[in-house]
Design a protein around this ligand. Structure first.
Ligand SMILES: NC(=O)c1ccc[n+]([C@@H]2O[C@H](COP(=O)([O-])OP(=O)(O)OC[C@H]3O[C@@H](n4cnc5c(N)ncnc54)[C@H](OP(=O)(O)O)[C@@H]3O)[C@@H](O)[C@H]2O)c1
Length: 305
């Protein structure tokens, strides 16, 4: 009987999705995963930017297996379409890096009625993960890695006004969104363990990396900081990506953990276990945030409690 070798190889190929893979840390993560032989799905909102990233990765990794997946995380309809499209193409997912994010935009409400940082950084990823969770093989190599930030330490989850309808502070909302990502990572890992699964959910942050993320900051202030404080608290994206790669790929990386740089103020240096702020470990708030996120997005985590 003829054996279709291509199908056999495909069945064992590891597949990763990186959201926001067209620039910054997402690009570096997609490149590094491609270099390690994973099939990488670049999930991006701009098809043109995604194609440019794909070509750029192929210049470094000509044998790279790369796919594009249109995804705008601030629109729940787009998240649902992207998940459906991914499921049409694949029957397994090994690594999901919930990386895409925005920082400090002026107040805006999305078509679903969410504040834009919460929608893009949190709710979109929360729904995407729920729509794909059953595709992960039940093994410790299956990873869901959520991008947090040192900004989570000043974050507070405002359960009564999660979308800042009463009062908006761009800084507070960013801090809330990065705290929420870390709490999702820890809460999902608890729920996976409760369900007897080996799949690991964890979180990572890159320290400080100059990237498109600072586009809403004062450019004058940034220029001043460039010659004063930034050299001490930033590193290139190729270094900032290492904690993400550790969390998502290293056999030793655990679920329910947070990875980041180990150097000055945990903002640069080699990757390792990072410090989790006390409020991220609040089980009661975490549970309530989860339930609120399920209600707002319509996400269904298949009864995982
Ligand atoms: N840079 C740092 O110092 C730092 C520190 C701590 C944590 N982080 C976290 O690291 C992650 C990546 O940031 P970065 O520094 O690499 O920034 P970046 O270069 O601006 O990359 C952000 C990526 O997210 C994408 N994105 C934004 N909104 C999206 C949406 N609605 N749907 C789909 N994709 C969307 C962007 O796409 P477009 O190109 O189309 O805008 C871009 O590809 C973020 O979660 C950020 O919070 C960064």
């Amino acid at each position: 009987m003829a054996v279709n070798l291509e199908n056999k190889i495909d069945r064992f190929e590891r597949v990763a999705i990186v959201t926001g893979a067209n620039s910054g840390l997402g690009y570096e993560a997609a490149l590094a995963m491609s270099q390690r032989g994973l099939r990488v799905v670049l999930a991006c909102r701009s098809p043109e930017k995604a194609e440019t990233a794909r070509r750029s990765i192929l210049e470094v990794v000509p044998q790279g297996k790369l796919e594009l997946l249109p995804l705008d995380l601030k629109k729940m309809a787009s998240v649902r379409s992207a998940a459906a499209e991914f499921r049409r193409r694949h029957d397994r997912l090994d690594v999901l890096v919930n990386n895409a994010g925005i920082m400090y935009p002026p107040y805006a409400k999305t078509e679903d009625g969410f504040e834009s940082q919460m929608a893009s950084n949190c709710f979109g990823h929360f729904l995407l993960t729920a729509l794909l969770i059953d595709l992960f093989p039940d093994t410790p190599a299956s990873r869901i890695t959520w991008l947090s930030s040192s900004a989570h330490k000043s974050g507070k989850i405002n359960l009564d006004d999660i979308n800042s309808e009463r009062r908006y502070s761009k800084v507070a909302s960013y801090g809330q969104s990065k705290l929420a990502c870390l709490m999702y990572a820890l809460e999902l890992d608890r729920r996976l363990k409760n369900a007897g699964k080996q799949i690991r959910s964890n979180s990572a942050h890159p320290g400080g990396v100059i990237s498109g993320l600072s586009r809403n900051m004062s450019q004058t202030a940034l220029q001043l900081m460039k010659y004063t404080i930034l050299p001490f608290v930033t590193q290139p994206a190729a270094a900032g990506v290492l904690p993400i790669l550790e969390a998502a790929l290293a056999p030793s990386a655990e679920g329910g953990r947070y990875y980041g740089p180990q150097g000055f103020l945990e903002m640069k240096g080699p990757s390792g276990r990072a410090t989790i702020a006390k409020q991220a470990l609040d089980r009661d708030v975490s549970e309530k945030l989860w339930q609120l996120s399920e209600r707002l997005t319509g996400a269904n985590y298949h009864g995982m409690t």
